[in-house]
Write a protein that binds this ligand. Structure first.
Ligand code: SF4
Length: 360
């Protein structure tokens, strides 16, 4: 069967291997482009949030290239994410696509449903094959997250512009060709070696920014204009609050977000859906860790991020940390984002200077 799935950062490299190991043919989702967004916007309800539109466009592009099955994740809680799967499927069927649509819901909440759908995907494969596919995919996801994170640490200090980006592309190829547990382990070692070999200015103490917000726009560079790379090129160390492997772990069988929710509690104790509470909690944590600023990425009309934005003003004042909110929709352009980032970076530089001068 020809199978496709959403494009989210570097994760397609891991999901491609998973699909192949389960005996299917992957139809690789294209990196979202203007065409993807305009396709999705054309067929989506006007007020749907931007991740919905990009995903719809991604599915349409994959269906045009012969995909027969779409595998995606569902969602729970008070936000629209839980309806994405149903609505996407309905739109695609109305457009005449006879596609098998599998929405994997969080297994800790809907265990039987999750297992039933997993059986649909694995189709008669032995337990050991399924285990190998899932566990090596997981291992690859973790390596990809680690290498991405490392690249964001190195880029602001690189001496030769674009070298980190070039080496990172090589790393993706190395990780992509790893198939066994051992090869994936070796790929991590090799990629780390290449990234750490990049010549950097070790004396530089770059501005530190935390990226918070809705998962899709935080993880997908095409949806956020590659903001982490853009900041890195400006000499700023941008760390994001969400990585796909961690998020999957925390939202399936393990609870890893309690400390973030606890940090948010004085400001927001209710569940507002999406990543609203985590955006507030992470801002508190970033301020405690001495970050120079926080950037919130929010899809236009995303209720959880609108709620958190209304609270972040108070958090910023109380904890003395600047917060920049960037709402993203189909009208947002790279030049506008870059201008706002440059102004924010200037602001953080002057705050640092003032603090330094106050110390002497
Ligand atoms: S979190 Fe926001 S962007 Fe994501 S589905 Fe919910 S409302 Fe839409």
């Amino acid at each position: 069967m020809r199978v496709t799935f959403p494009h989210m950062g570097s994760s397609p490299i891991a999901f491609k291997m998973l699909i192949e190991k389960l005996g299917h043919e992957p139809v690789m989702p294209l990196r979202p482009s203007e065409n993807t967004l305009s396709l999705g916007s054309h067929y989506a309800p006007e007020f749907a949030c931007i991740p919905f539109k990009i995903l719809l466009g991604t599915y349409l592009e994959a269906l045009e290239r012969g995909a027969e099955m779409i595998i995606t994740s569902g969602g729970m809680g008070p936000c629209r994410a839980g309806y994405y799967g149903v609505l996407h499927e309905k739109i695609l069927r109305d457009l005449g696509f006879d596609v098998e649509f599998v929405v994997l819901e969080p297994p800790q909440k809907k265990t039987m449903d999750f297992l039933r759908k997993l059986r649909r995907i694995t189709r008669g494969k032995s337990l050991s094959v399924v285990w190998d596919a899932l566990s090596t995919c997981w291992q690859k996801l973790r390596v990809l997250d680690y290498i991405d994170e490392l690249s964001y640490e190195i880029r602001p200090r690189e001496l030769e512009k674009n070298e980190t980006t070039r080496v990172l592309e090589e790393c993706y190829q190395i990780i992509d060709s790893a198939w066994t547990r051992e090869e994936i382990r070796e790929s991590r070692v090799e990629c780390e070696k290449r990234l750490r070999a990049i010549r950097t200015d070790k004396t530089k103490n770059p501005l530190k920014v935390g990226i918070i917000g809705e998962i899709y726009v935080v993880l997908e560079p095409a949806a956020n204009f590659d903001i982490q790379r853009m900041l890195g090129d400006m000499g700023v160390l941008a760390r994001r609050s969400i990585y796909l492997a961690d998020w999957t772990k925390n939202n399936t069988f393990f609870k890893g977000e309690d400390h973030i929710k606890k940090a948010a509690k004085p400001y927001l104790a209710e569940l507002v859906g999406g990543h609203g509470t985590l955006s507030v909690g992470n801002t508190v944590l970033y301020s405690r860790e001495g970050y120079d600023g926080v950037i919130q990425l929010a899809p236009f009309a995303c209720i959880p991020e609108i709620v958190s934005k209304s609270i972040l003003g108070k958090v910023a004042r109380d904890l003395d940390i600047p917060v920049l909110t960037l709402f993203i929709d189909e009208q947002t352009g790279k030049a506008g984002i870059k201008t706002r980032l440059e102004a924010f970076v200037d602001l953080m530089h002057s705050r640092r200077k003032i603090r330094r001068e106050a110390l002497v």
